[in-house]
Design a binder for this molecule. Structure first.
Ligand SMILES: Cc1ncc(COP(=O)(O)O)c(C=O)c1O
Length: 491
């Protein structure tokens, strides 16, 4: 009002009572409107909101649902990949020979149950003493209850380095100081993508590849996967020419290539990269000055005659070569313990080691889990027997499935390691296309009630190849699978 009265006087002085009242009132109204519009929004620092603020907040329901980040929204979107769709369908109706004989048989998930009996026995015999008693009866409870280094206890790193040297048969043993423990190989791949490439950069990856790479590399690190296509005529082995071509294509599209990501032995094909190829790949990486991430999670699951060679063995003695090679490993496959969530980054690169050690805070393996693993990995007679028996069982089950499928006119790609048959059912496709492949996958899932992974989910360029895990089967399941396949053959 202090503002209006002098103004009213000025206007009245010029004459016109009506005008004199109208103009100040209008100005007052406009001022109120201005103040209302420009009121400072309450901040976190406001000690107590006024009652007006409280009523205003509660009455504002027209703003729609509260927002989340675009990143979260894109991850939360329904995932249309057959890999994930088949998986959730299986969970709704899982096959059990006695309890649910008409349920869905799971050939899409990479679990090894062939040597569960050995693991189970070790657990029954040792778990109690591991958890409550230590060497000489000293309790380890404190160690298990309190914080430990995020990147892994030293004892665990030593045990893991020994195990990796045994499995990969490297001439120079793995050094514990080059290891960072993560909760599963998934976290190791994600961390390395994050540390080696910036958002929008690319990693070259041979196809067909493990469908989880799309999640591990793209979701959080925002790194692109550039496909290096491999064909059935080469047993799906990659060539350096194909790497060169993919590299040039990426550059043409303005993508900076920061590295190569390989799975050796390969998921899904089950083959092993030769020593000669690995040397050429290292030369390729040197020429382009890029990194190599070698995921060797199936290194101890080789059942064929070919020899597995780790990228760690190929790395030259020069420091520059060592800086660019990073190995991913874990116990989810070779020790059949995916539930333990233990993975490893092995790197010679100090910056990568320091960064991954710090990032390991987000993905630390729990202390009780590490304690159990230290004990198991240090039990050398158990480990030796387990590894040998497990390889024999993988070999037997692989041969059984391959020969049974062959009797039904279905061929598999030559494989020598891992948990999969890479099955060629091109002749069963209605049309030789991605659509035809997905129709067949759909029929296998819904009519035959078998969950497989179609090649498209692994970005295979040739339609008609399917990934089938044999390591979670029982011999008795194989005739059931063959019977059920006939349901779609005769459609
Ligand atoms: C090639 C490959 N890398 C990584 C993983 C993920 O392993 P983890 O369960 O230890 O995260 C898998 C699992 O199937 C795999 O096949």
């Amino acid at each position: 009002m202090r503002l209006i009265v002098p103004l009213q006087g000025v206007v009245q002085g010029r004459g016109g009572l009506i005008l004199g009242s109208f103009i100040p009132c209008t100005l007052f109204y406009l001022l109120q409107l201005y103040l209302k519009r420009n009121r400072r929004p309450p901040t976190h620092l406001d000690p107590t909101p006024s009652t007006t603020d409280l009523t205003r907040t509660s009455s504002r329901s027209s703003l729609g649902p509260v927002q989340v980040s675009l990143r979260a929204e894109s991850i939360a979107n329904p995932n249309p990949s057959a890999y994930y769709v088949g998986w959730s369908k299986y969970l709704e109706d899982p096959y059990d020979r006695l309890a649910n004989p008409d349920g869905i048989i799971q050939l899409g998930l990479s679990e090894n149950r062939l040597s569960f009996d050995l693991i189970e026995k070790w657990m029954v015999d040792n778990l109690e003493s591991v958890m409550v008693g230590g060497v000489g009866g000293i309790s380890r409870i404190d160690e298990m209850l309190l914080y430990q280094p995020s990147d892994g206890m030293l004892e665990m790193k030593k045990a893991m380095a020994n195990f990796m040297s045994l499995v990969m048969r490297t001439t120079t043993p793995f050094n514990p100081s080059h290891l960072v423990l993560t909760s599963g190989a998934t976290a190791a791949i994600e961390m390395l993508s994050f540390c080696l490439a910036d958002q929008g950069n690319g990693l070259l990856v041979p196809t067909p590849y493990y469908p989880g790479f799309d999640r591990d590399v793209i979701w959080r690190a925002g790194v692109e996967l550039i496909h290096v296509h491999c064909c059935s005529s080469d047993n799906f082995s990659p060539s350096i020419d194909a790497f060169e071509q993919a590299y040039r294509n990426a550059r043409r599209h303005g993508i900076k290539v920061r590295g190569v990501l390989i799975s050796n032995p390969s998921n899904p094909v089950g083959n092993i990269l030769s020593k000669e190829f690995l040397y050429s790949l290292l030369d390729f990486a040197k020429n382009k000055n890029i990194h190599i991430i070698s995921d060797e999670i199936y290194a101890g699951s080789v059942y064929g005659d070919e020899e597995f060679v780790s990228m760690a063995e190929i790395v030259g003695s020069t420091d520059t070569d060592k800086q660019r090679v990073h190995i991913v490993y874990g116990i989810s496959k070779d020790l059949s313990l995916p539930g333990f969530r233990i993975g490893v980054v092995h790197s010679f690169n100090e910056t990568v080691l320091t960064a991954t050690k710090r990032l390991a805070r987000f993905t630390t393996v729990s202390s009780p889990t590490q304690r159990i693993m230290i004990s198991m990995l240090s039990d050398s007679s158990f480990i030796e027997e387990y590894m040998m028996t497990n390889k024999d069982r993988l070999k037997k089950m692989h041969q059984l499935l391959v020969s049974s499928l062959r009797l039904s006119g279905i061929k598999c790609n030559e494989s020598t390691a891992g948990f999969y048959c890479w099955v060629d059912i091109r002749h069963l496709l209605g049309s030789s296309s991605e659509k035809g492949e997905l129709e067949l996958w759909h029929n296998l899932l819904n009519v035959a009630k078998i969950n497989t992974t179609p090649g498209t989910s692994c970005h295979c360029v040739e339609p008609g190849w399917f990934r089938c895990c044999f390591a979670n089967l029982d011999e008795g399941d194989i005739p059931v699978i063959l019977d059920r396949i006939l349901r779609v053959v005769n459609l």
